[in-house]
Design a protein. Structure first.
Length: 491
């Protein structure tokens, strides 16, 4: 039985401006304060006030587009160079306020009203025997609701929020993962060197093979021995739950996430030798490019003196982070965790990645007490985070002084429209389009963490972590009802 059951679907990317968030200490703990633009940020989420599709998906939600037709494009998360000074906070957008049913106000959110809205829902049987929750008003940094907010819980896939924040913070949104082919000094051995890009495709390998073949012809060679190098990663290759259709062996070299079908998301049969399969695919591509490959590919490190003759670079990290969150992509999540480890000087292993993510979040002054990052994907039940950490991560991602973290917000699935929330809200439900959230699903563990726009246009960050649930079919509607209740507050 598969451990992870989240079902993804197609999503667009929605660039939008955000509020300014500052850290400050209050009674010895860090809090987050938005000082400009929060209402409009929420409206941009709700109305989809951006007309450009994202870098890895060419669709656009018609319903959100309809709400956005009178709104100007403001701010933006893009996947090239970051504009000097970062994006400007979006101006207020009164044209879309009727769609929200209320004028945006600057009055603070009422915690009592919010608690009253959540009270009848918090004990729903479908949520199991333990629920921890945190809701913050991003305009003030105030915790509006806390129920075990600092209790470490199994996060399931909501841990991907932490994984992507850490990777984007360390490496930047423009970073690309390189796969290379290196030729030995005697030009007799070509080594395919894995950099850790799980999205590498056979088409990419064909392009690399053509590039390598040209270099070999310049050396008057038409044959080589082929090796493949996976030394960039260390430690166990198998995830603790492996073998499993939700994740391939974690290696620095693989093609199409080790999938044995033509899917690009969700569960699938996986190869038990992704690196060897990639090398054999590269050998076939070399043969088609006119280079004879002597013998079978073998695993070996590239010589230090070898020269690079072909390179493929992945999509920008911003796009990979969005895809990780929208599709709940476990393979990319583990890759991003290891890229973070390498950048932080840690071993590229499960343990090293956990240390690297923890240390980077500490550097960002986030409340990591009680957190344990056992993996980057959330498949490992040994992982722990608090709801307070998840809401703080979301607040930090909205900081316009850190535009490189914006893909964490733009990658969140949209209720009723995209990713793992595409089928969980009716199109005419109260929370549809107003809620963006990362889902988490393991047997007996269900979670939801993201942002929601209330009736006055305020942006709230929330995290609900439940354990002991009998089934996802019972837990997910209960979680969705909690988020929807937030959307109905503030009237």
């Amino acid at each position: 039985m598969a451990e992870q059951v989240e079902e993804p679907s197609v999503r667009p990317s929605d660039p939008w401006g955000g509020p300014k968030i500052l850290t400050r200490k209050r009674n010895g703990s860090y809090t987050w304060q938005v000082i400009a633009g929060s209402a409009t940020l929420g409206l941009a989420v709700a109305a989809g006030a951006v007309l450009a599709a994202g870098p890895w998906d060419n669709g656009q939600r018609k319903a959100e587009r309809a709400l956005a037709v009178t709104a100007d494009r403001t701010g933006g998360a893009h996947h090239g160079r970051t504009a000097p000074g970062g994006p400007r906070p979006a101006p207020r957008a009164p044209a879309v306020l009727p769609a929200l049913g209320s004028d945006a106000q600057d009055a603070p959110q009422d915690p009592a009203g919010l608690r009253d809205a959540l009270a009848p829902l918090i004990g729903a049987p479908g949520l199991g025997n333990q629920l921890a929750a945190s809701v913050i008003d991003t305009a003030t940094g105030e915790q509006l609701y806390g129920h075990g907010a600092t209790v470490p819980m199994t996060p399931a896939s909501t841990v991907k929020i932490a994984t992507t924040v850490a990777a984007l913070s360390v490496l930047g949104p423009d970073h690309r993962i390189a796969t290379t082919a290196a030729l030995s000094p005697d030009s007799r051995t070509l080594t395919l060197v894995g950099g850790g890009d799980p999205t590498l495709s056979e088409a990419d390998l064909r392009s690399m093979a053509a590039e390598a073949a040209r270099a070999l012809r310049e050396e008057d060679r038409d044959s080589v021995r082929l090796a493949y190098d996976v030394s960039r990663y260390t430690g166990p290759v198998l995830h603790p739950i492996s073998p499993n259709e939700n994740i391939a062996p974690v290696t620095a070299l693989m093609v199409d996430e080790g999938r044995l079908d033509d899917t690009d998301r969700g569960p699938a049969d996986r190869t038990d030798d992704p690196a060897g399969d990639a090398a054999r695919a590269f050998a076939r591509a070399l043969e088609k490019a006119g280079v004879q490959v002597a013998g079978a590919p073998r695993e070996a490190r590239a010589a230090a003196s070898a020269r690079t003759v072909a390179t493929h670079r992945s999509a920008p990290l911003s796009a990979l982070a969005e895809r990780t969150l929208t599709n709940s992509d476990n393979d990319i999540a583990e890759a991003l965790a290891r890229q973070t480890a390498i950048a932080k000087g840690e071993k590229a292993s499960f343990a090293g990645a956990g240390r690297a993510v923890t240390n980077e979040l500490k550097k960002l002054q986030l409340p990591v007490a009680g957190a344990r990052f056992a993996d980057g994907s959330g498949l490992d039940r040994a992982g722990r985070v608090t709801p307070a950490l998840l809401t703080a991560l979301l607040a930090r991602a909205a900081d316009p002084d850190r535009p490189g973290l914006r893909p964490v917000l733009t990658g969140l699935p949209i209720a009723g429209f995209s990713g793992t929330l595409g089928g969980r809200y009716e199109r005419d439900a109260a929370g549809t389009g107003l809620i963006r959230a990362k889902t988490g699903t393991l047997r007996g563990v269900n979670s939801l963490a993201g942002t929601v726009v209330d009736r006055k246009g305020r942006l709230l960050a929330f995290a609900f972590l439940a354990s002991g649930s009998v089934s996802a079919a019972a837990a997910e509607p209960a979680l969705d009802a909690l988020a929807t209740a937030l959307a109905a507050t503030g009237g």
